[in-house]
Design a binder for this molecule. Structure first.
Ligand code: RB5
Length: 146
């Protein structure tokens, strides 16, 4: 699995921790920035990761900011991206199983590092259930043309 990861200054340290954790799994991770805790604008990094996922360069994206909210809002502007701001393992599982989320948005200021790593593992391991959920996801995609 190819995963793109990005963060703003608020998410920088958690991004680094996630990269270290993913290095122990069979996951190919590409870091699309930011590269330090200096202040930056989260939409710039959301766009890099979201465009890469939409283009098929990456299977999944992980974005980290203070809350996960701004990253998800920005990433969801890119057609083909379904970014979910996730706060626990259960919402991570459902974002994959029901919504086929392809981008995970985490909030470094609202979750602990341990919980964030658990969320990442669940997000990467949970398959989409398809079935009735496929019809609904197709309707989300249809809204991109409105
Ligand atoms: C940056 O201070 C903060 O606003 C950003 O990381 C994020 O939480 C936005 O949604």
């Amino acid at each position: 699995m190819r995963v793109a990861i990005g963060a703003d200054h608020a998410g920088f340290l958690l991004k680094e921790a996630i990269k270290r954790a993913l290095a122990t799994l069979a996951v190919e991770v590409e870091d699309l920035g930011t590269g330090s805790a200096d202040s930056v604008d989260y939409p710039d990094f959301a766009a890099r990761v979201a465009r890469g996922v939409a283009a098929g360069t990456y299977d999944r994206g992980i974005l980290v900011c203070g809350t996960g909210i701004g990253m998800a809002m920005a990433a969801n502007k890119i057609a083909g991206v379904r970014a979910a701001p996730v706060v626990d393992a259960d919402t991570a599982r459902l974002a994959r199983a029901h919504n086929d989320a392809n981008v995970l948005a985490l909030g470094a200021r609202v979750t602990t590092p341990d919980r964030a790593l658990e969320i990442v593992r669940v997000f990467l391991d949970t398959p989409f259930e398809g079935g009735r959920h496929q019809r609904r996801v197709d309707k989300i995609s249809g809204l991109e043309r409105c």
